[in-house]
Design a protein around this ligand. Structure first.
Ligand SMILES: C[S@@+](CC[C@H](N)C(=O)[O-])C[C@H]1O[C@@H](n2cnc3c(N)ncnc32)[C@H](O)[C@@H]1O
Length: 215
């Protein structure tokens, strides 16, 4: 299977319960929406939507909202929760190869998913391809800010998470600000802004950031 980061089996339902916690969505209301200036002509794509905690913020506010995830279980949850929303498209796909046309979308969002993608360049390329010229790409993700010893601790944490939360955790990759920034630049984006978006800190060497980039 291509998308190693896809959440499988019983872990999807327990993830869906946790995912509605306030600190998982505070970044959307406080930082993402003010940058997006939503309107009824906009077409937005959410990469790796998970159980869809972002969807209610866009319901009836844009022309089209496309939610993509590679996990069969997550797609099932999305259909159960949001299947009746008219302007919502739910697609099961790997975000490194999305079945969408080029140059058509106003914004692509990827929230708390980048660290689940070990080799993310193909994903960033896909975001670039489907965006219109001038379209915006928003990455919200924990950024690593620790030292060499923290890097080692993170490897143990990753193994613990794999046991508790599932096989997908094994393929996580924690990047620092420079790594995310460089990845955006080498795939053609201009990075306009990096914002510390708070949330509850589980480990003191991770800070949640929003990267705002333009095609
Ligand atoms: C931590 S969850 C975040 C979900 C959601 N964006 C949120 O903020 O709650 C990561 C999601 O990425 C999905 N995922 C991981 N790798 C993927 C890939 N290559 N293509 C599509 N989805 C992927 C997983 O199935 C999971 O639903």
């Amino acid at each position: 299977m291509k998308a190693k980061g896809a959440i499988r089996g019983k872990h999807a339902r327990s993830f869906a319960k946790r995912a509605n916690k306030e600190d998982w969505i505070v970044s959307v209301e406080k930082y993402l929406l003010p940058e997006l200036n939503l309107n009824k002509r906009m077409k937005i794509v959410d990469f790796a939507t998970g159980s869809g905690n972002i969807i209610p913020f866009f319901n009836n506010k844009v022309k089209e909202f496309t939610a993509i995830d590679a996990s069969e279980e997550m797609i099932k949850i999305l259909n159960e929760k949001f299947g009746n929303i008219k302007n919502l498209k739910i697609i099961k796909a790997d975000i490194s190869d999305v079945p969408l046309l080029s140059n058509k979308y106003d914004a692509v969002i990827m929230k708390f998913a980048l660290h689940h993608i070990f080799n993310a360049d193909p994903v960033i390329k896909e975001a670039y391809r489907i965006l219109k010229k001038g379209g915006m790409f928003f990455i919200i993700d924990p950024v690593f800010e620790g030292n060499f010893f923290d890097r080692i601790k993170v490897q143990f944490i990753r193994l613990g998470k794999t046991i508790r939360k599932g096989y997908q955790e094994l393929f996580c990759r924690y990047r620092n600000q420079k790594e995310v920034n460089d990845m955006l630049l080498r795939n053609g984006f201009k990075v306009l802004k990096k914002t510390n978006v708070g949330g509850t800190k589980t480990y003191n060497y991770f800070t949640d950031y929003m990267f705002m980039a333009k095609k």
